[in-house]
Design a protein around this ligand. Sequence first.
Ligand code: FEO
Ligand code: CA
Ligand code: CA
Length: 559
Amino acid sequence: MENKKYSRKEFVSFLGKVGLGVAISPSFLMSCGSNNSAIISEALSTDDINKLKKLVLEGLVSSDKDDLLLTKGLDYHTLIKWNDKISDTDTFGFNCDFTCFIPFDDKYPEDGLLWVNHEYVHPLFVSNYAFGNPNQERTIEQVDKEMYNVGGSIVRIRQENGKWKIVHNDPHNRRITAKTPIHLNWDTPIKEKTTVIGTHSNCSGGITPWKTFLTCEENYDQFYGETERLNDGSTYHRPSAFGWENFYKYPPEHYGWVVEIDPKNGAVQKHVALGRFAHECCTLFQLKDKRVVAYSGDDSNDQHLYKFVSSKPNSLKEGTLYVADTNNGKWIALDWANQPLLKKAFENQTEVLIRAREAAKLLGATELNRPEDIEIDPITGSVFVSLTNNKPKGDFHGSILKIEEENNEHDSLNFSASVYMAGGGENGFSCPDNLAFDLSGNLWMTTDMSGSVMNKEEWPYMAFKNNSLFVIPRIGKDAGKVIRVANAPRDAEFTGPWFSPDGKTLFLSVQHPGEQTIDLKNPTSLWPFDKDNIPKPSVVAITGDLIEKMNNLHVIEKP
Ligand code: FEO
Ligand code: CA
Ligand code: CA
């Protein structure tokens, strides 16, 4: 088996996590049984070693305080909050998740476009609707407000005197919502449509080598429900939690896709070839011949890990969708034309893609414990997948799965899978969700214990208190340790960690602070403590001496 070295070019400068420069010994990988030592080449310079010796990384203890707390050496400022104006006509949506920053010009990384996902809404805050109140009739105006507050935002941001600021009314600033018409990138109409209405449930996402944003529709069934099948082949509509289908008759099949947005002009399309399921994220790798590999997890108990491999350069339409059999290390093709079992059960490839979960199970894909975010290690090429938990199966704390593609070829059909790190008391974290590698190859991780179980005595999460941000340093005295560097406000989770191109800022969403609120006059959180006295999902910019030192070890070259 060839042990391949990665060239700078292969390592995708588009990731904002860039190409391989001076690789160093990744002790945290070696301690986990990685055999990638042959990839590791030059040693650190004396200067780098001295910097490392001086680096003091003090971890925080867990906290149940209603505040965003940072470890020594880190600072934050709030970039944008829910309902802030981004232009004279538009406001920033609710429950921010994935963030992604693309500078206009790589030479000026302090000015560019920020994409932010808006996953779902808390109706009490957004539309003043209380679920379960028998005396309150739901109105179309309320649903319209909710539809406006999901999707995503494009905002121009600029750094001035060390602080990031929104450029109000910039012509690029726009909203994509549950009402935006979106073209399907597919030749066959779905439920008679080639253009569908809106995107929602936008959880995590990704970026393409051609510098567009990807936003992923995750728990789509919460807004329009789902088409379910009985054993006799008949179908019925499973109603949604939000009940939007009582006002707008859009079919569930129009949601659950990976959506691409061109930041420059706001053009949007949904990529049917990548399959329909509760997409957490979509992480792309560009092969030498410019074909792309797109990894995506289906974040639901006992669902699967997928990858799409394109057959043409930079295509998210032409190619094959595979699903992982992690027991045998095989990628299984969800290919109707060449899989007799699929031919028997489905009418055509479009139907296989719409009902990807059923097709995956039919072909023996491995059931996983809620695959969430996926990141590719910029030094070794290993693919890290958060498996957040699976409570019915007794996995309360989750783990991080490591996929090593055969020969480090991302279009390979064989791989090995291992547990990189388990959640729980020993490692000090529970329910891993978003992942991000910084410019030094350190791994940053957010956690997502749900509000209904966090800080509740009857659940095994008490010791972890509020959700947090952790870093796993790659080198130095703390290599391989899980260090808590930020605590979230009450009921919130951190989402969407994304490093600025110079590595000096970590953009981070603070999603659903005060989510357990049932009375507007008595919210469970007041973060970010503005004049309105209600909690507001917001994006913050984390900066400071510590982040600069950690990102400045020249392990990976800057773009
Ligand atoms: Fe929206 Fe799987 O988190
Ligand atoms: Ca997530
Ligand atoms: Ca989550």
